[in-house]
Design a protein around this ligand. Structure first.
Ligand code: ZN
Length: 310
């Protein structure tokens, strides 16, 4: 069993528009845009990152906005709900704030004894806010959401698969422990994690597989401290029979990818070097940053990419 994984690092989804995506995550949810760059594998598409002040692993929601992308179809083999942690007693504030912003899908629920508020992102993305006690993480308050209600980072992600057993086995191998089961959903948690340390696996039988599009989660990334820990995880996964990519330099972290038995794309990303490696903390996320290999495309990309008005 692995001990290097600390919880989630980031969650990456697809969107249909950069401007609407940016406005939602910064102005409605109050997160900080910590990086404005491009998809390193397809540089004519943005890669936008939203999180706390520094984009601390476990707080970072990221998007590839493809202009006019068709909507995704929810189903099996994906992360259906991405869950943010908010302080106890703050769901009333959020229900009002999201309602006033015209956010759809607002619904209260209790899962595993925790109150949560479901809502939909701009492309129908499945999200929830869950009230947690004593989350020590410092929220970003620069976009007008008061500190006593602001998002602390991720709480969990909920995967939807046809056979949860194999996914559960993988998560246990990755260092997670089963803490609860309720109505076909198993809850796992990694000990001594980063706050974004919970994963729910929902088994649904007889449903269709998801079709990725705008509003779909593309992959979820798990956090490891450094490159040495990442290599240990990579070797263990390879030894267990997983097809894992080589280590890929994403400028702000190093990444490896593999697909789970349930069809979900997983990444393991390093906490080093972080989003402040090429920008001042005070101006994080403001300018378009391009990786060295795409810097020569700057003029063309500036022309091509949808303008984002903050
Ligand atoms: Zn990623």
């Amino acid at each position: 069993m692995l001990t290097q994984i600390n919880g989630l690092h980031h969650v990456t989804s697809l969107a249909s528009g950069a401007q609407s995506n940016n406005a939602f995550f910064t102005k409605v949810l109050g997160l900080r845009r910590v990086k404005k760059t491009v998809n390193f594998d397809a540089p004519d598409v943005y890669h936008l990152y939203y999180g706390d002040e520094l984009g601390t692993p476990g707080t970072v929601m990221t998007y590839f906005p493809f202009p006019n992308a068709a909507p995704g179809r929810p189903g099996l083999g994906e992360v259906g709900t991405t869950v943010f942690a908010v302080p106890k007693g703050s769901l009333g504030y959020w229900e009002e704030r999201l309602g006033a912003a015209g956010v759809s899908g607002l619904a209260r629920e209790t899962l595993f004894g925790e109150a949560r508020l479901h809502f939909r992102g701009p492309d129908g993305d499945g999200f929830a806010l869950v009230e947690t006690d004593d989350d020590p993480r410092t929220p970003w308050t620069g976009n007008g959401v008061p500190e006593d209600v602001a998002i602390r980072g991720f709480h969990s992600a909920q995967m939807r698969v046809s056979d949860g057993g194999a996914s559960e086995e993988l998560m246990r191998f990755m260092g997670y422990e089963v803490t609860d089961r309720q109505d076909g959903t198993v809850r796992l948690r990694v000990p001594n994690g980063n706050g974004a340390d919970t994963l729910d696996i929902e088994t649904v039988r007889g449903a269709n597989y998801a079709q990725q599009g705008a509003g779909s989660v593309h992959h979820i990334a798990f956090s490891v401290e450094n490159r040495a820990a990442q290599l240990e995880v990579r070797k263990a996964l390879l030894d267990t029979g997983y097809s894992v990519t080589p280590v890929i330099d994403r400028d702000y972290f190093w990444a490896i990818y593999f697909r789970t038995p349930g069809g979900v794309l997983f990444e393991v990303a390093t906490n080093e070097p972080g989003f402040d490696r090429d920008e001042d903390t005070a101006h994080l996320g403001e300018a378009l940053r391009l990786p060295t290999q795409h810097e020569h495309l700057r003029a063309k990309l500036t022309e091509l990419l949808e303008p984002i008005h903050d």
